[in-house]
Design a protein around this ligand. Structure first.
Ligand SMILES: [Zn+2]
Length: 213
């Protein structure tokens, strides 16, 4: 964008003057739809980012998973098989750990290592960890089916209703023990919530989260 005299106007995307860290960091998490050439995507992203004079560190979650005992051994030489196996292994890792964001936490661990290598006194990254944690907490389709069948479609939250019977296309799978308090994304911790009750519960939760120190 240029002004009347043809001079470039730079509009900051965020309030740069509020950055207090002497060595600011940016995190990008790139999710790859099946079949995308991740190497080209990353190369393009790195090219753009290098203009801003950030040092760049790329972490491939799949490489991290290879470092975990018992995962991704003997990968196939065939692209399709390798891809499918990687997706399955990612699912297995999430299942084994009982955490939907398990792969993200693996990547975060790498961020910590990079920081330590630059500065042994580097603090941990609790705030980032928290942000990452809020990325994914959805029940899978299979989990939703199991929850709906078990609760017979009846709202278990009852903030705003009395045993409302929900239609399949109008209910939410809710974390009985809130996800923000460590409740897992597993069927045993899932319950049927009608739309009204779920949004009422979310409001309460987000208020309590916002009040955290
Ligand atoms: Zn309800």
């Amino acid at each position: 964008m240029t002004d009347y005299y043809g001079q470039a106007i730079v509009i900051p995307m965020f309030p740069v003057n509020l950055i207090r860290h002497r060595d600011p960091e940016l995190f990008f998490a790139v999710v790859e739809p099946v079949g995308v050439d991740m190497d080209s995507a990353c190369t393009g992203l790195e090219r753009v980012l290098s203009r801003f004079q950030y040092a760049l560190y790329t972490t491939r979650v799949i490489e991290e998973l290879k470092g975990v005992e018992g995962y991704l051994k003997n990968e196939s030489e065939f692209y399709d098989e390798r891809l499918e196996n990687r997706m399955n292994e990612g699912d297995r890792f999430r299942r084994d750990t009982g955490r939907d964001e398990a792969l993200v936490l693996l990547a975060l661990d790498n961020v910590k290592r990079v920081r330590k290598s630059k500065d042994p006194e580097s603090p941990t990254v609790p705030r980032q960890a928290y942000l990452f944690r809020s990325l994914k907490r959805l029940f899978s389709h299979e989990q939703r089916l199991a929850i709906f069948r078990r609760d017979q479609g009846i709202c278990q939250v009852k903030f705003k209703c009395q045993d409302r019977k929900c239609e399949w296309d109008a209910w939410e799978a809710d974390h009985a023990k809130p996800w923000s308090k460590g409740g897992k994304t597993i069927v045993a911790n899932g319950q049927v919530a009608c739309i009204l009750c779920n949004s009422a519960k979310k409001d309460r939760e987000s208020n309590s989260v916002a009040g955290r120190p």
